[in-house]
Design a protein around this ligand. Structure first.
Ligand SMILES: Cc1cc2nc3c(=O)[nH]c(=O)nc-3n(C[C@H](O)[C@H](O)[C@H](O)COP(=O)(O)OP(=O)(O)OC[C@H]3O[C@@H](n4cnc5c(N)ncnc54)[C@H](O)[C@@H]3O)c2cc1C
Ligand SMILES: NC(=O)c1ccc[n+]([C@@H]2O[C@H](COP(=O)([O-])OP(=O)(O)OC[C@H]3O[C@@H](n4cnc5c(N)ncnc54)[C@H](O)[C@@H]3O)[C@@H](O)[C@H]2O)c1
Length: 448
């Protein structure tokens, strides 16, 4: 294969595609290696199929609410096979569009696993070699595994999307985004769900909102079991029992999901021999410009030690291409206020600092304003689940440095507030803004 590309990218996920496409648009010759489906985790086994499942779960919830409103409803059953087909068809369409776009951009796509053989060259097992001025590692991450007896009895998040029917009774081990999201979705779709939490639920999110979410999950029928350390899984698929370090056992699950974090795909790609530095978990260490410890080699996305979110990988990729190919010497992405949402039931979102982080950084100048309310759509049905909104402000002028939201609509309302916060948002701005009534968003304006 021809040598001398401007840029080689390992991985066609959110980060790899964004750097490759931006670089090609800026005139670079680009080679993109990936043995797997274009789009990586987000498109094929992450955000997109997960969100489709979340929408299905929302419809099931709305159907229950409709009955409470007085609609005459008949029991609703999801035709799982039909839904899977629609979801997978949609994803196949995304992949086809990526294929066409890469082709139109003149990007050379090589469907092989690559490893670095020097700081400016990569090779594959099949013998393909390529060299370039710049090499970008965007190899992402995979579900973490545990070395405990019976681990193989459980599924990983990748496997959930291939399920041919929903499980009847599932144990979800973990307490992060993936565990909480799948626990909610599966419960809404009619599964019995036990969520086995080793330590804290959703570390990094506001503790008060997480507790409120935990209560709602339990009200929806999810058993949230705390301080449970699973030491082994026994039985067979269809009849699984879990052992724990306290001696307590949990059993009769027909399925088990391990959702215990992700491991970066940084082994076996030649990093050690080139001296490219990683942290103790294998994340490639990068500076604010995505430079690794070795000149000419860069990394973006989940393989790095940054927040593992698609928009972060995309922003990092684009900024890198702007710098390396577009000549913008100072191009880097602003990671000071990255918003994120857990697609739980109901969704939980945050941007900026938690109360604790703000206190650690700004001391006594921190003020916190929060409120709880029951959304109108629940009240009408006589339900009492509470949504929570919280603002974390600093200084006399009360600059907003953290926004935390839990409740229906949180997923959509947070984006606009996050943009405002990044540009500089003050308590006074919210106090004097005209609300949209009646909405969940207005609760952030009514906090005074
Ligand atoms: C279940 C789930 C739900 C998620 N939901 C959300 C969400 O709602 N919102 C959000 O923002 N984020 C979400 N995420 C996280 C998001 O998917 C990731 O942050 C994002 O996909 C990271 O992109 P990436 O390019 O770094 O890696 P990936 O998308 O993982 O892509 C890496 C690519 O590299 C390829 N590769 C690996 N090794 C090599 C090699 N040696 N040579 C060539 N290619 C290689 C792989 O085949 C893969 O295609 C979710 C993740 C999961 C697992
Ligand atoms: N909505 C979204 O934006 C979204 C959705 C899914 C994933 N993601 C991204 O993907 C990343 C990975 O998600 P995740 O949920 O796998 O990881 P995570 O880091 O969010 O959570 C991992 C959880 O596993 C627990 N854990 C670790 N080892 C354990 C063990 N041995 N036993 C029991 N529990 C254990 C941890 O305490 C933690 O709660 C997230 O951090 C996030 O950045 C984002």
């Amino acid at each position: 294969m021809s040598d001398g590309f401007d840029l080689i990218v390992l991985g066609s996920g959110s980060g790899g595609l964004s750097v490759a496409q931006r670089a090609a648009r800026l005139g670079a010759s680009v080679a993109l290696f990936d043995p797997d489906a274009l789009g990586g985790t987000c498109v094929n086994r992450g955000c997109v199929p997960k969100k489709a499942m979340w929408f299905a779960a929302q419809m099931a919830d709305m159907h229950r609410l409709a009955a409470d409103y007085g609609f005459e409803t008949t029991p609703m059953r999801l035709d799982w096979a039909r839904f899977r087909q629609l979801r997978d068809q949609y994803i196949a369409g995304i992949r086809r569009r990526y294929d066409a776009r890469l082709d139109a951009a003149g990007i050379r796509v090589i469907r092989e696993t690559a490893r670095l053989v020097s700081t400016d060259a990569v090779a594959t097992q099949a013998g393909t070699r390529a060299s370039a001025r710049h090499v970008v590692i965007a190899t992402g991450a995979r579900p973490r595994r545990l070395d405990i007896p019976g681990f193989e009895l459980g599924m990983l998040s990748d496997d959930i999307f291939a399920l041919e029917s929903p499980p009847k009774r599932i144990a979800v081990v973990g307490a992060g985004y993936i565990a909480v999201e799948f626990a909610g979705v599966l419960r809404a779709l009619g599964c019995e769900v036990d969520l086995l939490v080793r330590e804290n639920l959703l570390t990094g999110f506001d503790g008060e909102l997480v507790e409120a979410l935990s209560l709602q999950m339990q009200a929806h029928g999810i058993r949230v079991l705390r301080n449970v350390r699973v030491t082994a899984a026994r039985g067979r698929p269809g009849d699984i029992t879990l052992e724990t370090d306290s001696g307590a056992g949990y059993g009769n699950y027909d399925a088990l999901l391990w959702a215990i974090g992700r491991t970066p795909n940084s082994g076996d790609i030649g990093l050690e021999s080139l001296g490219i530095a990683c942290d103790e978990h294998g994340h490639i260490l990068v500076d604010a410009y995505q430079n690794t410890s070795v000149p000419g080699v860069y990394a973006v996305g989940d393989v790095t030690d940054r927040k593992a979110l698609t928009p972060v990988a995309v922003a990092a990729g684009r900024a890198l291409a702007d710098r390396l190919i577009g000549g913008l010497a100072d191009a880097r992405f602003d990671d000071s206020a990255i918003p994120s949402v857990v697609f739980s039931e109901p969704p939980l979102g945050m941007v900026g600092l938690t109360e604790q982080q703000a206190h650690a950084r700004y001391g006594d100048t921190v003020s916190v304003h929060s409120s709880r309310y029951t959304p109108l759509q629940w009240m009408v049905a006589g339900r009492s689940e509470q949504s929570v909104v919280k603002l974390v402000c600093v200084g006399e002028e009360r600059r907003v440095v953290g926004i935390h939201v839990l409740g229906p609509g949180s997923d959509e309302l947070l984006q606009g507030f996050a943009v405002a916060m990044q540009k500089g948002l003050y308590w006074h701005d919210l106090k004097t803004a005209i609300a949209i009534h009646p909405t969940a968003a207005e609760e952030l304006l009514l906090l005074h």
